[in-house]
Structure formats: structure tokens, C-alpha cells
Design a protein around this ligand. Structure first.
Ligand SMILES: C[S@@+](CC[C@H](N)C(=O)[O-])C[C@H]1O[C@@H](n2cnc3c(N)ncnc32)[C@H](O)[C@@H]1O
Length: 318
């Protein structure tokens, strides 16, 4: 049955005809695939079954957002919580197959929560160089009466080799200056700009400036674990260049590919569920018309709930 939605709800909804039409844009891999045939495409397949058919060493940046180790329904399929060892074996089963697809200077990000984080780390640590763990305070979480509410996710950052791309200048944070210190009457390490007093700071591995997509955001879909475009924008800008190939083997509603496209990268995504593939294709088509990424404007990431608009009293968009 159709969900009833508030008038200002901007969640993506497709008719049956649109689902079929966007679904037809996806790629169905029958045999060994050449690079040209998969670039800028969504592959509708079981990642574990098609990895061996993909080209070797074509990926500059891989973002992996697999099912976490908890009970979760994904439209037609579902994931069931396993033991720690069982989940580690599951991660190993796809990670070892993904490795040959990566270039020697590729970067890797793997998303997880506290329960799956150590299994993901163990597998990464066996195969590649783990460089950091980003903690994303996503705000929303299910309250619990006998435990701490979980509202943090981890994103492991690793690289295949010693050489890798990291464009720190592209992901600096613009922060409001709360205590504007001056030296000799001149602002010290901050700027008194038309859009307020701010300081550009190096990005840390604690991210509290982005929330999960919600109903009034145009990027929102009904995917149960959709990542925000702003989060992917940070990963893509920091760890790839214009024209790089960004790959996501658990694409979901398409966030990684959409952001890669908006930022001038090439993309390849694999998703097992045909409905999610159709949503991804619709979002990719929309990205031809709208390149904006909520919370990232004019090459700058603003901290949560601030933007240049707030200075003039209007509501921020982060
Ligand atoms: C955590 S979600 C990814 C969400 C995504 N980052 C987004 O922003 O929408 C994991 C996705 O992996 C898909 N999936 C699970 N097993 C898969 C497999 N073997 N092959 C391809 N996709 C799979 C699920 O259908 C689900 O959409």
C-alpha cells in the first residue's frame, strides 16, 4: 500500500512504469565485462557473483557500505545478525574478491557500526594499510532503556599502497568563530568575510556536521540505510581526482555514484535489489539537472546548522 506523505515530503517516489524504465538502464553482466562497458553504470547483480567478471585494477576509490552485522530488511532480501567470526568471514568473502579490482594507489573506505567495526578492521588489516577510523555522529538512533543509544558509525580508511591521493584542501571545514581573537587589531587565524566571521580548519576523524537524509531533503529515498550525499562528498573529494573511477559494490539507493557524478568522477556501482537500482538511476538522471550537495556549497563544508544564509537570518541548509 502507498505510504501517506506530508505535502512537503520530498522523498523520491517512482511509479511502476518509472521503476521499469529506470531499471532498464541498469547493466546485467553475463560474461567478462570490459571497462568501457561498465563505466558510469549501475550493475544490477549479486556482487559476490560478478566480481570475477570485472576488469582488474580499474578503481581509484572504493567506498563499501555493506549490510552491518544486525537484522535488517532490504526490500526483497534481508540480512541476519551473525557471530563475530561469521561476520568476519562474510567481510572476507567479498573483500578478497574486491582487491584485484583496485589500482596500486587506490583508497578504500568501509562503513560499519560498533558491532561490525572490529571484524572489518581485522579483514582490512590483513590485506591493506589501515590509516584511520572516522567516527560519524549521525544524531539519529533508536533509544534503549538498558543500553546506550547507538548514534555513531565508523568509516575505516585504508589504502592499497604507500602512494595515494589525499586532497586535504578540498575538505577543509568552515567554522564560525566564537571568540574572535585579534593581534594588533588584525584577526588572528580567522576571516571577517561578507558571510560572517569564520576560520578554515583541517578536517578531523570525528564528523558531527552531517545527519542522515530525512523526508524534507531532495536526496531522500525509502532505502533503510541511505548515506547522506555530504558524507560521500567528503570521501570523494579527499580521495579521488576529477576523472577518477569511484566504485561501490553495495550501492543501495545510489549515493556514491550520484556524488561521484556531481563531482566529475566516473562511477561504477553494484546493487542486488532491482528497486534500489531504479532509485539510483533516477537519482543519477536528476544529477544531470541538479549538481548541488546539501551542506557543501562553493567548495566549502560548513559545520552543521550553519551556512552563509544564517547570517541573514534565514534557516541553514546543513
Ligand atoms: C548499507 S546498504 C547501502 C546503502 C547505500 N550506501 C545508500 O546510500 O543508499 C547495503 C546495500 O547492499 C545491498 N546488498 C546486500 N548484499 C548484496 C550483494 N551480495 N550484492 C549486491 N548488493 C548487495 C543491499 O540491498 C543494500 O541496498
Amino acid at each position: 500500500m502507498e505510504k501517506e506523505r506530508a505535502p512537503r515530503n520530498r522523498t523520491l517516489v517512482l511509479s511502476d512504469e518509472e521503476c521499469l524504465a529506470y531499471g532498464r538502464r541498469c547493466l546485467d553482466i553475463g560474461g567478462e565485462a570490459a571497462l568501457d562497458s561498465i563505466l558510469d553504470r549501475t550493475i544490477n547483480a549479486d556482487t559476490l557473483k560478478v566480481l570475477a567478471l570485472l576488469p582488474r585494477a580499474f578503481v581509484d576509490l572504493m567506498v563499501v557500505d555493506p549490510p552491518y552485522n544486525l537484522d535488517k530488511d532490504f526490500n526483497a532480501s534481508s540480512f541476519r545478525k551473525m557471530s563475530h567470526g561469521g561476520y568476519r568471514d562474510y567481510v572476507e568473502s567479498w573483500f578478497s574478491g574486491l582487491l584485484p579490482l583496485l589500482k596500486a594507489d587506490a583508497s578504500i573506505y568501509v562503513c560499519c557500526d560498533w558491532r561490525s567495526s572490529s571484524a572489518v578492521f581485522q579483514v582490512l588489516d590483513e590485506h591493506v594499510t589501515v590509516r584511520n577510523r572516522i567516527s560519524w555522529q549521525r544524531e539519529k538512533g533508536r533509544g534503549a532503556s538498558s543500553n546506550w543509544k547507538n548514534c555513531v558509525e565508523d568509516i575505516w580508511f585504508a589504502t592499497v599502497g604507500k602512494e595515494y591521493c589525499f586532497n586535504v584542501e578540498a575538505v577543509m571545514m568552515k567554522r564560525r568563530v566564537l571568540a574572535p581573537y585579534r593581534e594588533g587589531g588584525v584577526p588572528k587565524d580567522w576571516v571577517d568575510g561578507a558571510d560572517g566571521r569564520y576560520r578554515m580548519t583541517y578536517p578531523s576523524n570525528f564528523w558531527d556536521d552531517l545527519s542522515i537524509p530525512y523526508w524534507s531533503m531532495p536526496e531522500n529515498t525509502d532505502h533503510p540505510t541511505q548515506k547522506p550525499e555530504k558524507l560521500l562528498a567528503k570521501l570523494v573529494l579527499a580521495s579521488s581526482r576529477v576523472g577518477s573511477v569511484v566504485f561501490d559494490p553495495f550501492l543501495g539507493s545510489g549515493t556514491t555514484s550520484v556524488v561521484a557524478k556531481k563531482l566529475g568522477r566516473k562511477y561504477v556501482g553494484i546493487e542486488i535489489d532491482p528497486l534500489y537500482c531504479a532509485w539510483a538511476e533516477k537519482r543519477l538522471a536528476d544529477a544531470d539537472l541538479r549538481k548541488d550537495i546539501q551542506g557543501y556549497a562553493d567548495g566549502v563544508f560548513w559545520e552543521r546548522n550553519t551556512s552563509s544564509q544564517q547570517k541573514s537570518g534565514r534557516k541553514g541548509t546543513c
